[in-house]
Design a protein around this ligand. Structure first.
Ligand code: CTP
Length: 410
């Protein structure tokens, strides 16, 4: 049945099927895309042909399947240049580590890579591989290169992989691939500011809690992740209000920034900024403040230690999530954890009443520090739904999150 309202109706896809057990998912993908009115022409790589047959593909697509055994007759009938251009989108699924490396390097040693190099159409890839291969520095580099080249990425999922190991690298589910393709073709797609008209409130950075007029308590947050999210959302057309604790970062262009110091000031600024469609609390808000903050600089007195009394700060995330009048439609928290990341984050999601929580490991046990560093490894929880994202630059994590928010509104 063809859904008339589908943004895929009448669109043409060139599907390049790479090697890997997950290639079988492409059969269902083709069937579902056809139902939505899309025409699907396929190039089956030599390794892809180990897992699915040209016969099953053409049976579903209703079109001839092109393989590496592309003959002279084929070339006359349909040159590889025409093949690569008579499409509105080229999708590589599964995109193996090898295929990504070839694409990043611009190799053209078979029909699939030649078509990818010759195409003048947008390209999307759905990577699929063992989690070690996905996390390998070479694959990270290639992924970064492909993104810089404008290739759209459908991120792999996590769980048990075909090789029996657990981790990230599983080909995205058919629903997710279709979602990404539909999102691409939506009239208000990524190029047309999908978050235009949305007001998004973001907290970022640390808070400073005064001890006296010259001293304060703080934490190591740099504000980089929150600022990157603010930029990514503004790039998608959102009206962004960034409430930031003290950082060394320049105020991003194209958004409203409200600088604050303490948690109390941050809360007041957030409440003033309401109503908002989305609130994202990225700030590392100090849990406590000094309730007996001195009006004058505390002097040393014969070795006697000052007795600081602490009181709990307001929980901004919880207050926004439970606001009876002005609760934003989507409230997203961050969970900075050093152990039991997933369990602690899920408990936090419940306790604070937010809709999504982005959990990150801020321990310094393996790799570079998240707090203050440029990279982050996060798990996104949307209710019970869990997505493990690979280690990525904070800008990359920010773009992915912005994309998820755009999809929420798509
Ligand atoms: N948060 C907030 N206001 C606070 C404390 C935290 O808005 N006073 C927000 C943070 O911005 C983040 C989430 O709550 O989105 C979780 O912060 P985190 O520091 O991980 O947790 P805490 O609530 O402080 O709990 P704990 O220190 O026990 O881990």
């Amino acid at each position: 049945m063809t859904l008339e309202t589908s943004p895929l109706d009448g669109k043409r896809l060139l599907l390049i099927i790479g090697g890997g057990i997950a290639a079988y998912k492409c059969l269902d993908l083709i069937r579902r895309l056809k139902e939505k009115g899309m025409s699907v022409r396929t190039i089956l790589t030599r390794s892809g042909a180990e897992f699915v047959t040209p016969l099953s593909i053409s049976g579903l697509s209703g079109e001839k399947v092109y393989t590496d055994l592309f003959s002279l007759t084929d070339e006359v009938e349909m040159g590889h240049i025409r093949l690569s251009r008579e499409a509105d989108l080229v999708l590589v699924a599964p995109a193996t580590a090898d295929m990504m490396a070839k694409m990043a390097a611009g190799l053209a040693d078979n029909l699939a890579t030649t078509a990818l190099l010759a195409t003048d159409k947008p390209v999307m890839i759905a990577p699929s591989m063992n989690s070690r291969m996905w996390e390998h520095a070479a694959t990270r580099r290639n992924l970064q290169q492909l993104k810089e080249d404008g290739v759209h990425i459908i991120p792999p999922g996590s769980g048990e992989l075909a090789c029996g190991e657990e981790g990230t690298g599983r080909l995205a589910e058919v629903d997710d691939m279709i979602g990404a393709i539909e999102f691409f073709f939506k009239p208000s797609g990524p190029h047309e500011e999908p978050l235009a008209g949305k007001h998004i409130l973001i907290t970022a950075g640390p808070t400073y809690e005064a001890i006296d007029p010259v001293r304060y308590m703080a934490n190591r947050s740099s504000g980089k992740q929150g600022y990157a999210i603010a930029r990514a959302l503004a790039d998608l057309g959102a009206k962004v209000t960034l409430v930031s604790g003290p950082t060394n970062l320049a105020a991003p262009a194209g958004l409203q920034m409200i600088p604050v110091e303490s948690a109390a000031e941050m809360l007041a600024a957030c409440q003033n900024a309401l109503p908002a469609d989305v609130a994202i609390c990225v700030a590392a808000v100090a849990d406590w403040r000094v309730s007996n903050c001195a009006g004058q600089k505390i002097k040393k007195q014969d070795g006697a230690l000052p007795a600081l009394q602490l009181t709990e700060n307001p929980d901004i995330l919880k207050i926004l999530s439970t606001d009876k009048v002005n609760r934003p439609e989507l409230v997203i928290g961050f969970a900075a954890e050093t152990e039991n990341i997933a369990a602690n984050a899920q408990a936090k999601l419940k306790r604070k009443g937010c809709d999504w929580i982005v959990a990150n490991d801020v321990s310094t046990k393996d790799g570079p520090s998240v707090m203050g560093g440029d990279y982050n490894k996060v798990i996104l929880f949307r209710g019970k739904d869990r997505e493990d994202w690979a280690l990525g630059h904070k800008d990359e994590i920010a773009k992915n999150l912005a994309q998820k928010i755009a999809e929420f509104y798509a």
